[in-house]
Design a binder for this molecule. Sequence first.
Ligand code: NAP
Length: 277
Amino acid sequence: MSVHASPDGHTRVAGIIGWPVEHSLSPAMHNAAFRELGLNWLYVAFPVAPERVREAIAGLAAAGVAGLNATIPHKTAAMEAASSRSAAVEAIGAANTLVPDGEGGFRADNTDAEGFLRSLDESAPMELKGRSALLLGAGGAAKAVAFALSGRGARLLVSNRTDRRAAELGEVVPFRTDALDAAAREVDLVVNATSLGLEGDAPPPELPLAGLRRGQVVADVVYRPGGTPWLAAAEEAGVRPVDGLGMLLHQGAAAFEQWTGRPAPVEVMRRALSGGG
Ligand code: NAP
């Protein structure tokens, strides 16, 4: 491992804006990557209150910040503040990555979709063309997953607490346990992209379990130390699990590559995410 000594007049700064943001795992992940490659870069968490987000993004651009991530609740503001938007941003309606545009502003990308696909390809590679997926949720993460899966040719069944939002993403399945279990039985892939499962020791009763079958691919975008109880229970049923930390890792790797132009040291970043940084 090569390590750059300490910040100096040449240090390039990248970071994440969020509110709150102090629990973000991104600083540990990106700083480990900079150290590994001997880059004189530093990644910082910037707590930015919602009413000051436009001002903050403009100020960070003016100060020459070399790359930004945006997390809840700033992904829409990040998209709106950018000088241009990738196709992923246009489709998802949110940006998680800002890259200097060379003219004093930022161009916007959304690496959550790419991160989800890289994680799926790594943990449970499967041909998606012509296959069907049950997607739970219709928020920002679900839109990224929908963009990713439909881009690979999968057919989407979508279920969300608020039906109207699900209808924008695919064929609607009622958000009821019996309907979800029946749909889960029919598909090749099940993805939880709601925020259910962040807390509690038991799998959230809303998420399907009885309908899952051995060998099926099941992904959870939610991540927490020790894993989520829903994915753990699905694993006991014999599924091929894809955890949310993998998506977090790979969205970060995709952003890192755009900022630095270097391949991301993925294994070092993975270790940093699991606390071994
Ligand atoms: P969001 O835009 O606020 O969407 C939240 C989603 O969860 C909506 O579909 C919402 O349904 C649903 N939901 C929330 N509370 C619920 C409840 N009590 N019962 C049923 N449904 C509920 O949030 P997001 O940005 O999509 O994030 C969702 C999760 O994904 C978070 O845990 C976030 O940390 C995680 N995430 C992970 C990654 C990663 O890299 N692994 C990336 C992005 C996000 P309604 O539409 O009915 O409100």
